[in-house]
Design a protein around this ligand. Structure first.
Ligand SMILES: Nc1ncnc2c1ncn2[C@@H]1O[C@H](COP(=O)(O)OP(=O)(O)OP(=O)(O)O)[C@@H](O)[C@H]1O
Ligand SMILES: [Mg+2]
Length: 479
C-alpha cells in the first residue's frame, strides 16, 4: 500500500535557511511549504494537510517552543522536527519535552536532515495505513454478513444488535464453521468501540509457551530471545475489543492469568513487575465442548463463568435446513461474480443433494463446496456431479448400518483395521491433524487415539500441538 505524502511545513524566519531546506528536500522528492513566522505556520496548518513540521527553535514573534505547544494541542499526531542553534543536551531535552519528535543542531549535514524526515514520513505512512486497515476491518464485519432466515438466526442477529453496544463479555460456543468469527466481528463493529482496534488472537495457533507474551507482552531479557521489550496485544486493543478465538485450547496456567485480567483489566508483562491496566472488551469463542473440558479439568470453571456473561450459540447448519439453500445461493452469487461465471444456478438435483447432506463442517464446508462447484462447472447449471462426494463425512457422522465394503481385505481383522484407519485418517484431516480434536470427535481419549495410530501405522509427523516445542521456548514456561 503506497500512500502519497502531503507536503512538509517549514517554519523559519530566515529566508536563506528556508531556501536551503527547500533545495535539499525537493531534490529528494518531498514537497514543501515555507512560513516566515509561527503565526503564519499555524495559519498554513489550519488550511492544509502536512505530514510533518520543521521549525527553528528561535523565531521572532512567537518562539519555536510555544509554536510547538500550539501545534501539539491541535494535531497531536503530527511529527515535529526542531532545529536548535547548538547541540547541547539541555536544548535537545527541551525540544523533546515540548513535544518534538526529533531535533537537529545547526550546522547539520543534508543527510542528517533527510534521515530525520524519512523517519517522519514512515511514521505518517504507518499511521495512515493503520487507519485504513482499521476502517476496513470494521467494514468487513456487519450484521448483514450473517446470513440466515431461520428463527434461530433471526434471534441471533437481534441478540448481536442488543449486546453489541454494551461492554458485556461474550462467550461464543459453536461447532467449527458456524460463524463464530462473524459474530465476534459484528459485535465489535456495532459497538461504541468500533473506531478503536479489534484484535484477534487464535489461542490454538500460537504455541502455548508464547501465548502469554503475545497477550500481555514481555520485558527485555524476560527469557532467552527477548531482546527488546514487547507490548502485549491487550495494550494494542486498549479502548477496543479483543477476540480470543479457540479459548478452549488455552493452557490452565494462562487461564489463571486471564481470569485476573478479566476481574479488573490489570496484568503484568512477562518478566515485569509493574502492574498495568487497560480498558478492553473481551469476546471469546471455542468449538470445543466446554462442559466436557471443565469436567476433564482442562478448562477452569471460574473462568468459564467470568466469560459467560452473555452466551451466543450459533446453531449447526443441519439444525436449520431452511438456511442451506439461502446460504448456497448467496455463495453461488458471490463466487460466480468473482470467478466471472455469471448466471450460474443450481439444478434441482444439486439442490436436493445439498439438502440431503449433514454438513459437519457447517457453513464453511458449504462455502467451500460451492466455490469448488463454480470452478469445476462448465455448464450454466451446477449439477450434483460438481458438488463434492459427501461419502466420507456421511460415514463419519452417521453410523452406517450397512456393512462397509472394504475392498482388498481378506479377513475380518484386516477389514476392521482398514475401516478404523480410514475413519481416523479422515478425522485427523478434518481437524487439521489436531490430536485432541480428532480424539474428541471420535469419542476416545487422546491416549487411545495415539495407541491406535501406532497400531495402525499412521504417521504422527503431521500432528499439531502434541508435545510442547523443544529448546529455548521452554524457558518461557517458568515465568
Ligand atoms: N451465517 C453465515 N452467513 C454467511 N456466512 C457465514 C455464516 N456463518 C459462517 N459463514 C462463513 O463461513 C466461514 C466460517 O465462518 P467462521 O470463520 O465465522 O466460523 P467459526 O465458527 O469461527 O469456525 P471455527 O470454529 O472453525 O473457527 C466464513 O467464511 C464465514 O464467512
Ligand atoms: Mg473461527
Amino acid at each position: 500500500m503506497s500512500i502519497p505524502l502531503p507536503p512538509i511545513l517549514v517554519v523559519d524566519d530566515e529566508r536563506n535557511m528556508r531556501l536551503s531546506l527547500e533545495s535539499i528536500l525537493t531534490a529528494e522528492g518531498y514537497r514543501m511549504e515555507g512560513a516566515a513566522s509561527a503565526e503564519q505556520g499555524l495559519n498554513c496548518l489550519s488550511q492544509g494537510e502536512f505530514f510533518m513540521v520543521i521549525t527553528d527553535a528561535r523565531l521572532t514573534g512567537m518562539n519555536g517552543y510555544d509554536f510547538l505547544g500550539k501545534v501539539k494541542a491541535q494535531r497531536p499526531d503530527l511529527p515535529i522536527l526542531m532545529i536548535t542553534a547548538y547541540a547541547t543536551p539541555k536544548l535537545a531535552v527541551e525540544a523533546i519535552k515540548a513535544g518534538a519528535l526529533d531535533y537537529l543542531a545547526k550546522p547539520f549535514a543534508p543527510e542528517e536532515l533527510l534521515l530525520a524526515v524519512a523517519r517522519c514520513a514512515e511514521r505518517y505512512r504507518l499511521l495512515r495505513e493503520n487507519e485504513t486497515l482499521r476502517a476496513r476491518a470494521t467494514e468487513a464485519y456487519s450484521l448483514a454478513r450473517i446470513i440466515g432466515d431461520s428463527p434461530r438466526m433471526v434471534e441471533l442477529r437481534q441478540l448481536v444488535e442488543t449486546i453489541a453496544p454494551t461492554n458485556a463479555t461474550v462467550l461464543i460456543l459453536g461447532e467449527s464453521g458456524t460463524g463464530k468469527e462473524l459474530i465476534a466481528g459484528a459485535l465489535h463493529s456495532l459497538s461504541r468501540r468500533r473506531h478503536a482496534n479489534y484484535t484477534r488472537i487464535n489461542c490454538a495457533a500460537i504455541p502455548e509457551n508464547l501465548l502469554e507474551s503475545e497477550l500481555f507482552g514481555h520485558e527485555k531479557g524476560a527469557f532467552t530471545g527477548a531482546l527488546k521489550q514487547k507490548l502485549g496485544r491487550v495494550e494494542e486493543a486498549d479502548g477496543g475489543t479483543i477476540f480470543l478465538d479457540e479459548i478452549g485450547d488455552m493452557s490452565r496456567s494462562l487461564q489463571a492469568k486471564l481470569l485476573r485480567f478479566l476481574e479488573d483489566g490489570t496484568f503484568t508483562r512477562v518478566g515485569g513487575n509493574e502492574e498495568l491496566k487497560v480498558d478492553v472488551r473481551i469476546i471469546a469463542a471455542t468449538n470445543r465442548d466446554i462442559v466436557e473440558a471443565i469436567r476433564q479439568n482442562q478448562f477452569r470453571e471460574d473462568l468459564f463463568h467470568r466469560l459467560n456473561v452473555v452466551q451466543f450459540r450459533p446453531p449447526p447448519l443441519r439444525e436449520r435446513g431452511e438456511d442451506i439453500v439461502l446460504l448456497a445461493e448467496h455463495f453461488l452469487k458471490n463466487f460466480s461474480h468473482s470467478l466471472n461465471k455469471p448466471g450460474c444456478a443450481f439444478s434441482p438435483a444439486a439442490r436436493q443433494k445439498l439438502l440431503a447432506h449433514h454438513w459437519p463442517g457447517n457453513v464453511r464446508e458449504l462455502r467451500n463446496a460451492i466455490e469448488r462447484a463454480v470452478i469445476l462447472e462448465t455448464k450454466e447449471q451446477i449439477r450434483p456431479e460438481s458438488l463434492p462426494d459427501f461419502e466420507v463425512e456421511a460415514r463419519l457422522n452417521r453410523p452406517n448400518t450397512e456393512p462397509p465394503s472394504v475392498p482388498g481385505a481378506q479377513t475380518l481383522e484386516d477389514a476392521m483395521n482398514q475401516y478404523e484407519r480410514e475413519l481416523i485418517m479422515a478425522s485427523l484431516e478434518r481437524h487439521h491433524y489436531n490430536l485432541t480434536r480428532a480424539a474428541e470427535q471420535l469419542k476416545i481419549s487422546r491416549h487411545s487415539l495415539r495407541y491406535r495410530m501406532n497400531r495402525l501405522n499412521i504417521s504422527s509427523d503431521a500432528l499439531l500441538e502434541d508435545e510442547p516445542p523443544p529448546g529455548p521456548l521452554k524457558e518461557l514456561a517458568r515465568h
